[in-house]
Design a protein around this ligand. Structure first.
Ligand code: GDP
Ligand code: MG
Length: 457
């Protein structure tokens, strides 16, 4: 989905004039990309109508001041906002609180990834200082308790279950009572999913719910089920009244669009995405960064979270970065450090899309090709002086009388020669850095969404 949308956006950027025809083509491409990933047909149709109306209203009010550049950003913003609307039902999910038990219950059909996600969630909260545990209330699937036992042991998370008790309601009640007494803070109840939506399953979920009174019920939804997601989510909503959704298997060739439709149909927020089979393959979900990433505009928040995870080994550094972000003062050197961190973080294809300013081409081709491109960026910065690295890029810019940049200084040629690259490549890197710095500024300022997101945790 990302690549198609991204391509549509790039072609808008290349267009020299923005008229009705360009807008129609862009909208057609965007809608086709959404439909192809199984977003509900009605949702797509209404998105199209809304974007057109918004753009038309803006243009009639003269907001574009007759300029194509302004028109482009009006169109981009309208599409961005409508896509965010699709995944943002405007409902705040439950946030676990320290020093008290927070019971979460996972529901969803068998194979959707409940047990895996329960462990991931426990690890996620454990790392953030919550005493976390898992209760296995799946007595339907043979070997369910063994699966919980194995993954919980691997994750070093406390667990509860039984080989002999056959009543899932009794196990759930016992486990939650035990862990509450032991002052656990995040208690996750894993349920059986069965193969299909059947009345026994819903009956069982209702009974477990009544027994453990969860603070939050989470529907675990498999991204790959396509259009079926909507009906499945609606059926579960009716009996389990879940307050949050986690979409799993977003790493595969998943058509995530069905999940998007499920959010719209049940007016329930997505809180995490499952992006792999391993314990740490869980990404926090927020509508704006998600869409931003989808459109190739970067994901500052996701990147910062990754960086914070890494920086736990180096708390001083973490503070420094947070402060710089707040002041909107990330230097070229800071950016280079981010790129180097990313290179150490594992498969580039997974993480590069988070760095604002990195060209999308970075994501194409193999991981080796991706790291080669990143290495070239590092080569370029290696040829910069300390003064240049610590700057915001202004030494490379020649300014006119009014302070506005009018051209490049000879420093650019020097760096290109020193790094064995071209003036164009250096120029591109500076341009990408500026894009990153602007996004970071927007995100990190006093009223930026990065702060808002941190407060929510
Ligand atoms: P449950 O029946 O709902 O408890 O599902 P499980 O947790 O047993 O998961 C079913 C399968 O999906 C397992 O093979 C998991 O490894 C796999 N799985 C779960 N979440 C993800 C994910 O985010 N990505 C990928 N690739 N596989 C996942
Ligand atoms: Mg299971």
């Amino acid at each position: 989905l990302g690549r198609k949308l991204n391509a549509a956006f790039s072609s808008l950027n290349r267009a020299s004039i923005v008229d009705e025809k360009v807008l129609d083509t862009l909208l057609k491409d965007v809608c086709a990309a959404l439909l192809e990933t199984d977003v509900n047909v009605k949702l797509v149709a209404s998105l199209r109508v809304k974007v057109k109306a918004k753009v038309k209203a803006s243009l009639e009010s003269g907001a574009d001041k007759g300029k194509d550049v302004n028109r482009k950003s009006i169109v981009q913003k309208a599409i961005f906002d409508e896509l965010v609307q699709l995944v943002d039902p405007g409902v705040e999910p439950y946030k676990p609180k320290k020093g008290q038990p927070n019971v979460m219950m996972a529901v969803g059909l068998q194979g959707n990834g409940k047990t895996t996600t329960c462990t991931k969630l426990a690890v996620y909260y454990q790392r953030r200082g919550f005493k976390s545990c898992i209760v296995c209330a799946d007595t339907f699937r043979a070997g369910a308790f063994d699966q919980t036992r194995q993954s919980a042991t691997k994750a070093k998370v406390a667990y509860f279950g039984s080989y002999t008790e056959t009543d899932p309601v009794a196990i759930a009640a016992q486990g939650v009572a035990k862990f509450k007494k032991e002052r656990f803070e995040v208690i996750i109840v894993d349920t059986s999913g069965r193969h299909k939506q059947e009345s026994e399953l819903f009956q069982e979920m209702i009974q477990i719910g009544e027994a453990v009174k969860p603070n939050m019920t989470v529907m675990i939804l498999d991204a790959s089920i396509g259009q079926a997601a909507e009906a499945q989510a609606e059926a579960f909503k009716e009996s389990a009244n879940f307050g949050a959704i986690i979409v799993t298997k977003m790493d595969g060739h998943a058509k995530g669009g069905g999940a998007i439709s499920a959010v719209a149909a049940t007016k329930t927020p997505i809180i995490f995405l499952g992006v792999g089979e391993h314990l740490h393959d869980l990404e926090k979900f927020s509508p704006q960064p998600f869409i931003s990433k989808l459109l190739g505009l970067g994901d500052v928040q996701g990147l910062m979270e990754h960086m914070q995870d890494i920086a736990t080994q180096n708390p001083d550094k973490q503070k420094e970065i947070a402060k710089k972000l707040e002041e909107g003062k990330l230097s070229i050197r800071d950016w280079r450090e981010q790129i180097q961190n990313v290179m150490n973080m594992g498969p580039i294809s997974k993480i590069a899309s988070m760095i604002p300013g990195l060209p999308q081409e970075m994501l194409q081709g193999s991981d080796e090709e991706g790291s080669m491109r990143m290495k070239r960026m590092i080569f370029i910065t290696d040829s910069m002086t300390a003064y240049e690295l610590d700057s915001d890029g202004s030494p490379f810019m020649e300014s006119g009388k009014d302070g506005k940049p009018i051209g490049l200084t000879s420093r650019v040629t020097r760096v290109a020669r020193g790094s064995g690259t071209s003036v164009r490549e250096v120029e591109e890197l500076l341009c990408q850095y500026r894009m990153m710095a602007n996004m970071a500024k927007q995100a990190g300022g006093k009223n930026g969404w990065l702060q808002a997101a941190q407060k929510m945790q």
